[in-house]
Design a protein around this ligand. Sequence first.
Ligand code: ZN
Length: 65
Amino acid sequence: MAEYFLEPLATQPASFQVHEKNCADLQSKIDATRYLGSYGNAQAPLNKALGLHNHVDFCPTCLKS
Ligand SMILES: [Zn+2]
């Protein structure tokens, strides 16, 4: 299991990235993220985030698909 966080990006329209907790890109901005929960794979938190927002992707650093 890993913990996943959702980062709001400064884009228009608003888009979001799903990170794993230990992502190097996440450490400086974890306060601005939303905790998605603990899951056995990355698809589950992505699906959860897609239920909240229209534009959500995996972080290219920690969750390359
Ligand atoms: Zn990441």
